[in-house]
Design a binder for this molecule. Sequence first.
Ligand code: ATP
Ligand code: MG
Length: 140
Amino acid sequence: MSIQKTLSIIKPDAVRKNIIGQILSKFESNGLKVAAMKMKHLTQAEAEGFYAEHKERGFFGDLVRFMISGPVVVLVLAGNDAILKNRELMGATDPKKAEPGTIRREFAESIDENAVHGSDSSQSAEREIAFFFNAAELVN
Ligand code: ATP
Ligand code: MG
């Protein structure tokens, strides 16, 4: 086990549902610490740049439209094996396939609006943290 940092986004559907706190509670009660956090309304260019790896996929336009449909919370989570731990807490991309107790199973209904994003590798965590935060904004 090693201490890692990972990027999480509480997506517009979850912010609209007023469940930011319930999602933060899942992270905090499972050993992840908030190391940086801010609210933001992503621009189209930011959403396209953030999800650039998916730009050839059929769902890209819908994904970008959804991600700019309202404010999000972007946060850095730190802890033992934070990248995998966060992905486990999130559950599968499609909430219908997510395990009981996961964030997506409890708080999301569809693959298009699935409550949270999480970095999927150490390389993506590094890129995604730098996409939203500079070093001085990370507190631990
Ligand atoms: P995220 O990157 O948001 O954490 P993920 O890593 O579980 O999600 P990705 O494959 O990276 O899944 O897809 C990014 C986002 O694109 C998903 O969260 C989902 O909203 C959307 N998406 C992925 N696959 C599909 C699909 N087959 N149909 C519709 N939307 C999809
Ligand atoms: Mg992904």
